[in-house]
Design a protein around this ligand. Structure first.
Ligand code: C2E
Ligand code: CA
Ligand code: CA
Ligand code: CA
Length: 279
């Protein structure tokens, strides 16, 4: 057993070294990726159930790596967070998403509100809301067509800069939503304190709907609570017809997930819009 332990430790340090080398390499490459515009934005439609139409999309970053191909955010967002590059990365995504939303707004086939994920580090920047205002003006996009996705932990940060950015964003007319709702905190006080308009039910709850003796009480409760506070509800991670039917029957406003579409490049999204508006 002793020998085994030794081997394990050796194996561990070896793995760890390989891991941190890889990470360091990725960090340096990510810095370059930002300069060389290797970060691209994919769009995943949200289906508005009452109208059966796509009215909005979530912007999700991908890294078009010259050697490794398309890299998913799970592999590099945490590196960007830890190195501080997330502020520049987020700015790049915001600019691309607003430019795209502006194109759909001005050239069709129809207006689509675009939602962009924020890092708390962006909200901690003094003047972040002013940057957003400048971007909107620069691409002539009405603020109501931009939505920003925040997480519960960001809304619970007791930072005056974060709070004043959030208030200024709302004054601009940008929509704010709470991402991964239900996974983080038990306090819901922030829902009254901040100008939130949408809750996104985390896909872990939606996945539960697939289980044999599923407990659908949580989703029902979230929808009821959201509506009583006049908030919209989006369900994430909808993969099966059965989940869609349940969400429809229980008054969920919008659904997002592989059942509707995976996140796709902007041109494919435009084609999807054209074909669905012909129907
Ligand atoms: P998220 O904000 O919760 O985004 C939803 C994730 O769920 C996306 O993963 C999406 O592709 C995936 N998804 C959508 N529908 C389904 C489904 O039906 N089933 C399953 N299993 N998954 C589904 P993705 O694109 O890999 O992004 C992962 C996370 O990376 C995002 O989670 C978000 O936290 C972060 N992220 C992505 N883009 C950005 C960005 O521009 N800025 C920041 N700060 N974070 C980002
Ligand atoms: Ca999100
Ligand atoms: Ca989410
Ligand atoms: Ca998530």
């Amino acid at each position: 057993a002793k020998q085994l332990g030794g081997n394990n430790a050796q194996f561990f340090t070896h793995e760890l070294r390989a891991y941190s080398l890889d990470r360091l390499q990725l960090e340096n490459q990510l810095r370059k990726a930002l300069e060389d515009d290797q970060l691209v934005v994919f769009y995943q439609p949200k289906l508005h159930l009452a109208s059966d139409r796509i009215r909005s999309a979530e912007a999700l970053v991908r890294w078009q790596h010259p050697q490794r191909g398309l890299i998913m955010p799970g592999e590099f967002i945490s590196i960007a967070e830890e190195s501080g590059m997330i502020v520049r990365l987020g700015d790049s995504v915001l600019r691309q998403a607003c430019a795209q939303a502006s194109q759909w707004y001005q050239q069709g086939p129809q207006a689509v509100a675009v939602s962009v994920n924020l890092s708390v580090q962006q909200l901690r920047q003094q003047g972040f809301a002013d940057d957003v205002a400048r971007i909107l003006r620069g691409c002539k996009l009405p603020a109501r067509l931009l939505e920003l996705e925040l997480t519960e932990s960001m809304l619970l940060e007791h930072s005056p800069t974060v709070s004043s950015n959030i208030e200024a964003l709302q004054e601009l007319g940008v929509t704010l939503s709470v991402d991964d709702f239900g996974t983080g905190y038990s306090s819901l006080a922030y829902l009254k304190r901040f100008p939130i308009s949408t809750l996104k039910i985390d896909r872990a709850f939606v996945a539960e709907l697939d289980e044999e003796h599923c407990d659908d009480a949580i989703i029902r409760a979230i929808i009821a609570m959201a509506h009583s506070l006049s908030l919209n509800v989006v369900a994430e991670g909808v993969e099966h017809e059965r989940q869609l039917e349940f969400l429809k029957a229980n008054g969920c406003d919008e659904v997002q997930g592989y059942l509707i579409s995976r996140p796709i490049p902007a041109d494919e999204f435009t084609a999807l819009l054209s074909s669905s508006s012909d129907m």
